[in-house]
Ligand binder design. Structure first.
Ligand code: PMV
Length: 351
């Protein structure tokens, strides 16, 4: 509603079958379907939104930094602008927006901050405008901003159907099972590096789609892999799931390396952790943990709660103590109380 602050919290997701490569850059339409776990609030984005006729322009603060929303030609910014215009059109709201957003974790290091940010942005902005929008439509709106973010609107395990239509109306996420179906599955994330990556995922998607020969084999295989992963989740078969998750990560990073210029997100530490996970599984006589890496060097080790300690010890021994997050499964974005607002309503500024 105009002149009222709306605040919400949302979270990243970690893909188990990863989206890599676009068939339409402008609309973020993927070459392949993908599937992820929405994480709990161990890592989160908080966003407050106010629509007010007292504002002269749309203004956004991200982690304390004012963003150039009005003039920037950067794709990510212009899509935020057009999202706000679309929300105004659908709701009849006339005022400009003040958006204040804060991440609890580092940006641009492969921890899906843009996915979490985009999902929380769309959720909060549509709620602030009083729009009764369904999650399918929110998922499409999020996808336009951050492809992988479209899965973060649902809790538990969700999949993103690649769709076939050129306008993207059939390319959105759906929930496979909610966070209560198999809550034992968690993600232990190691912080190998928080240095901004050299090749952004936006650039990487395009480079691999255009130049990697291995990639053709990858994206055609992904549809089958998603179906298999759904089956293993429904059967709560961790061993079979772990195998598919590690194979998918290795396959995507192989296609990245096969791109030109080669894209190398993994470091020696990442590879050391991969070896250690295989050693752990060998010593247990079965898969108790599975590594998977996004577009960055930080390992996500998918495991089940009873093995959390072993996985944390493994990460501590390679990275030093405390360089990890443990995230369970989240429920997707939710509204917070007025007292959690990040906006000073009198000054029309961040608090
Ligand atoms: O949504 P983007 O453009 O940040 O791409 C993310 C791609 C991966 O994180 C590597 C995989 C995924 O599906 O999340």
């Amino acid at each position: 509603m105009e002149n009222e602050v709306c605040t919400a919290i949302g979270t990243p997701n970690k893909a188990l079958v990863m989206y890599w490569g676009k068939r339409n850059i402008k609309l973020n339409l993927p070459m392949n379907s993908s599937l992820s776990i929405t994480l709990d609030e161990a890592l989160n984005t908080r966003t407050s939104v106010l629509f007010s006729t007292k504002l002269k322009n749309d203004i956004m603060y991200l982690d304390g930094q004012k963003q150039e929303l009005v003039t920037s030609s950067e794709r990510k910014i212009s899509v935020l602008r057009s999202t706000l215009d679309e929300v105004r059109k659908q709701s009849g709201i006339k005022g400009h927006a003040l958006i204040v957003t804060q991440n609890s974790f580092p940006k641009s290091v492969g921890l899906a901050s843009s996915a979490s940010g985009a999902a929380t942005f769309v959720y909060t902005v549509t709620k602030a405008a009083g729009l009764a929008m369904g999650k399918d439509d929110m998922s499409i709106m999020i996808r336009n901003i951050s492809g992988s973010g479209c899965r973060s609107i649902f809790g538990g395990f969700s999949a993103w159907n690649k769709g076939t239509k050129s306008n993207g109306e059939d390319s959105y996420a759906y929930q496979v099972v909610d966070q209560n179906y198999w809550p034992e599955v968690i993600d232990v994330i190691g912080l190998v590096s928080s240095v901004k990556k050299k090749i952004s995922s936006d650039e990487g998607h395009v480079i691999t789609t255009k130049t990697s020969q291995l990639y053709t084999a990858r994206f055609t295989q992904c549809e089958e892999t998603v179906a298999e992963v759904v089956d293993k989740i429904k059967k709560r078969d961790f061993e079979a799931l772990a195998y598919l998750v590690m194979k998918d990560s290795n396959n995507m990073h192989a296609a990245m390396l096969d791109s030109w210029p080669p894209i190398m997100y993994l470091t020696d530490k990442s590879r050391e952790i991969m070896e250690r996970v295989h050693e752990l599984n060998d010593s247990e006589g079965k898969a108790v943990a599975a590594y998977t890496f996004d577009a960055g060097p930080n390992p996500h080790i998918i495991t089940i709660k009873k093995h959390e300690r072993k996985v944390v010890e493994l990460l501590d021994s390679v990275l030093g103590e405390g360089k990890h997050y443990v995230a369970g499964q989240g429920a997707g974005p939710r509204l917070l109380k007025d007292s959690d607002s990040l906006i000073d309503l009198d000054k029309l500024k961040p608090r």
